[in-house]
Design a protein around this ligand. Structure first.
Ligand SMILES: NC(=O)c1ccc[n+]([C@@H]2O[C@H](COP(=O)([O-])OP(=O)(O)OC[C@H]3O[C@@H](n4cnc5c(N)ncnc54)[C@H](O)[C@@H]3O)[C@@H](O)[C@H]2O)c1
Length: 320
């Protein structure tokens, strides 16, 4: 699969490296509005810089990976899909429900496929939790409770703080990882409530803290807490089932998720596994998953429909 990466800041470079590392992908070219960022990435990654228009018209490029600030995702997604290209777009793929609906409509008739990024699904501990759930180790999943955060320093005074560009604060930045995982483990949520606040960062247009609670049609629940000021971030969640529980403890941002603990009523013992020795590889695993989904016409996940449901959960919190 031949990729162009658009947006070569912190995450564009990570995604482009993963594309370079994949046996199934070619990094054909790069584009960034900032020439310096584009040229530096081109030198480091060994791929040429092309203009936005050249990328859209180039028929040898069948896939666009979008890593710009959130405000620009919608236009690049629509332009790329309209040119028949596949799209892999960073989270949160849009800023609000309206944008998500518009994109969903276009994907219904597009030749190209849209998959949304959710690299936390590819942390070792999260993949192991999915395996345990699929094997029935904890019975039917009843609830998901998650917490995510980092210290927020990297984002200080950046576009992440500007509502028009980001669409929101910590909720869209890291909260959306938990929202995606809660849907993955529990299912679709039909109602929710929440609270946002600014406990640490001041003179900022968006929230630095958010909490949400959600309910499925059959009364199962999820709660999430996300923050731009957790000094010992990064990522915890617990899944409770009819027969047991799973705890993922990813405290040190290793992308392995560090540790997982689980127990069930049959074995009456707490099991654990430590993944902290595994080198972070979620970006490579995710890009290969995307390529395999497109090539083998498998179900896309997270899809534009999933993205819309996540945006609705975000709206439940903002409108509370
Ligand atoms: N998966 C994750 O865990 C994760 C973590 C952080 C950020 N992200 C997402 O990645 C995206 C980029 O975030 P970042 O931290 O890399 O931001 P960044 O500010 O470091 O980089 C953004 C880059 O996009 C370029 N750019 C801006 N507008 C553009 C446009 N219209 N066309 C082309 N290039 C443009 C900028 O010049 C810059 O080089 C965001 O959507 C963000 O939410 C994902």
């Amino acid at each position: 699969m031949n990729f162009a990466v658009i947006g070569l800041g912190s995450f564009g470079v990570k995604r482009a490296k993963a594309i370079n590392d994949s046996k199934n992908a070619n990094l054909k070219c790069l584009f960034d509005l900032n020439d310096q960022n584009a040229k530096k990435a081109s030198k480091d990654l060994g791929a040429p810089v092309k203009s936005y228009e050249e990328i859209l018209k180039d028929e040898t490029i069948n896939t666009v990976c979008i890593c710009t600030p959130n405000k620009f995702h919608k236009k690049i997604i629509l332009d790329s899909l309209n040119e028949g290209k596949n799209v892999f777009c960073e989270k949160p793929y849009v800023r609000n429900v309206e944008e998500a609906k518009e994109i969903l409509e276009v994907t219904k008739n597009s030749k190209g496929v849209l998959q949304l990024a959710s690299n936390h699904r590819f942390f070792e501990s999260v993949m192991y939790a999915r395996k345990l759930v699929e094997e029935g180790t904890i019975g039917k999943v009843l609830s998901f409770n998650g917490r995510i955060g980092h210290n927020g320093e990297r984002l200080k005074d950046s576009w992440f703080w500007k509502k028009d560009i980001s669409g929101g604060g910590t909720l869209l930045d890291n909260g959306c990882h938990l929202l995606d995982l809660s849907r993955l483990f529990v299912g679709n949520f039909i109602s929710g409530k929440g609270l946002i606040s600014n406990v640490y960062w001041k003179n900022i247009e968006v929230e630095d803290t958010a909490s949400g609670i959600f309910k499925t049609e059959d009364d199962r629940t999820a709660t999430i807490y996300c923050s731009w000021r957790l000094l010992s971030g990064y990522f915890f969640f617990e899944i409770n089932g009819t027969d047991g529980y799973i705890n993922v403890d990813g405290r040190f941002d290793t992308h392995g998720g560090d540790k997982i603990f689980w127990s069930n009523i049959k074995e009456k013992k707490v099991f654990s596994k430590d993944f902290s020795h595994i080198k972070p590889n979620s970006y490579l695993l995710e890009i290969d998953n995307f390529i395999s989904n497109v090539k083998n016409k498998k179900k896309i996940s997270p899809s534009a429909k999933d993205g819309l449901e996540i945006m609705k959960m975000i709206e439940f919190i903002y409108s509370s």
